[in-house]
Design a protein around this ligand. Structure first.
Ligand SMILES: NC(=O)c1ccc[n+]([C@@H]2O[C@H](COP(=O)([O-])OP(=O)(O)OC[C@H]3O[C@@H](n4cnc5c(N)ncnc54)[C@H](O)[C@@H]3O)[C@@H](O)[C@H]2O)c1
Length: 417
């Protein structure tokens, strides 16, 4: 293919805007030629920044999908519940596709999307950014090299972080299952996908426990208000929106998560958003129903096992992993990898950040490397550059659905083929 890859951005919010930013930074590799976004401010901002012709600016994905294909690829970054519609329609039009995770919020839609991607022969990637980081690639190559013998079991922690839980999964877009999806899908589909990637074999069966333990009305402190700005006990609350957002603005930090509240990231703009918007609500007075902690046990082919813990009740930080092999063990924190060898009783540490400090972008460089791999795959018509394609991503989403069913039903669930 000659010239930059032409992109249609579907959903110009936080993620869609971020992926479009790649084209602004690397104009020789990608160019944004269309946008579909219902929110006027975000639609216009992206259209103006990329000088998109008016005919290619839409207020919904549907009219964009009705047009003849006018771009090489679509980036779908709509809310979780609005993935299947645009993904299937645009795959049928022959758009290559970068679809944000989760693929969809129910099993049937995930299968429909995977089938549409495969049947239409498009290059298809899901936003499982963790696979693409330098850290993951190094970790996987150590495991695959046999340095710790056979990896028999893995212990993996996702420390969501107390304020991130409050922001995204209590007050924010992913707090209510009917509006988005269950927590394990919304947040931890990354982790189950990652565990399967590192193990290198299929997960056969799962069990799970978890609940919404803390962010409930009955835990509201006595005398607390419904909004943090006029709450008398706010100074003593770890989840205070005043602390989480205005505290960051005062420290000069106006990027994520502050910019999710309002495009006006001044003290006045954020105060107004806290007064009237969802992010100023008391965490004990929201319509959230997703779990705030969950564990999953997994059995993989060959009798190998993994345990996973997701919890809100941590300092936000990188995921922590221990991999136990027949000849050694590995500990990783998203940056450093420590490999201990049973034969020599010695440990070696690799600092993956130092190995590649130039990578910009979120998720330890995963966002950038996913987008870069996707653009290269489209430009060279080479699906091999994609680490999160249709078949394997469907497989790991089926793991997530099975684990959630196990939690709800209190049973051990087989992961379907
Ligand atoms: N890969 C990751 O690590 C990661 C991180 C965060 C979010 N996500 C996923 O990315 C997706 C987007 O999340 P976000 O944080 O950007 O949310 P967001 O709310 O900032 O953006 C979503 C955008 O989609 C738009 N939209 C809604 N309905 C639409 C329609 N019918 N047609 C076109 N656009 C429509 C919304 O107006 C909004 O601007 C979600 O599925 C989310 O789960 C992935």
């Amino acid at each position: 293919m000659g010239g930059p890859v032409k992109l249609l951005i579907v959903g110009a919010g936080s993620r869609g805007g971020g992926f479009a930013g790649y084209a602004a930074k690397y104009p020789g590799r990608a160019v944004v030629v269309g946008v579909a976004e219902p929110r006027e401010f975000y639609r216009n901002r992206l259209a103006e920044a990329h000088r998109i012709p008016e005919a290619n600016v839409f207020d919904d994905w549907q009219p964009a999908a009705e047009r003849e294909r006018f771009a090489d690829a679509a980036v779908i970054a709509t809310p979780d519940a609005v993935h299947a519609g645009p993904a299937v329609a645009l795959a049928k039009k022959g758009y290559h596709m970068l679809l944000e995770k989760p693929m969809a919020t129910n099993e049937e839609d995930c299968r429909r999307i995977a089938a549409a991607a495969i049947d239409n022969g498009i290059i298809f990637a899901v936003g499982h950014v963790l696979r693409y980081t330098v850290y993951t690639q190094q970790l996987k190559s150590i495991v695959d090299s046999g340095a710790i013998g056979e990896a028999v079991c893995i212990q993996h922690l996702e420390p969501v972080g107390y304020w991130h839980q409050a922001h995204s999964f209590v007050r924010g877009n992913w707090g209510n299952e009917a509006r988005s999806s269950f927590m394990l899908m919304a947040k931890s589909c990354h982790d189950l996908d990652w565990l399967r990637y590192i193990m290198g074999v299929r997960c056969l069966r799962v069990s799970s426990f978890g609940s919404l333990c803390h962010f409930r009305k009955e835990h509201k402190p006595e005398g607390a208000g419904d909004r943090c700005l006029d709450c008398p006990v706010e100074p003593d609350c770890a989840y205070s929106a005043r602390k989480i957002y205005l505290g960051r603005v005062a420290a000069g930090h106006t990027g994520w998560p502050v910019d999710i509240l309002t495009p006006d990231v001044t003290v006045e703009g954020v105060t107004e958003a806290l007064r009237a918007g969802p992010y100023g609500r008391c965490v004990y007075e929201c319509d959230n129903d997703v779990v705030d902690h969950q564990v999953v046990n997994m059995e993989f082919e060959g009798g190998r096992t993994a345990t996973f813990t997701m919890t809100a009740f941590t300092e936000a930080g990188g995921r922590k992993t221990r991999i136990f092999g027949t000849r050694g063990q590995i500990e990783g924190d998203g940056r450093e990898i420590r490999v201990f060898d049973f034969l020599t009783d010695r440990a070696q540490t690799v600092d993956t950040e130092a190995g590649d400090a130039s990578i910009p972008g979120g998720h330890g460089g995963g966002d950038h490397r996913l987008m870069s791999s996707f653009i290269s795959a489209v430009a060279n018509n080479d699906p091999e550059m994609i680490l999160s394609g249709a078949a394997e991503t469907l497989e790991t989403h089926l793991m997530v659905f099975a684990a959630e069913r196990a939690r709800r039903e209190g049973t051990v669930v087989q992961v379907p083929e």
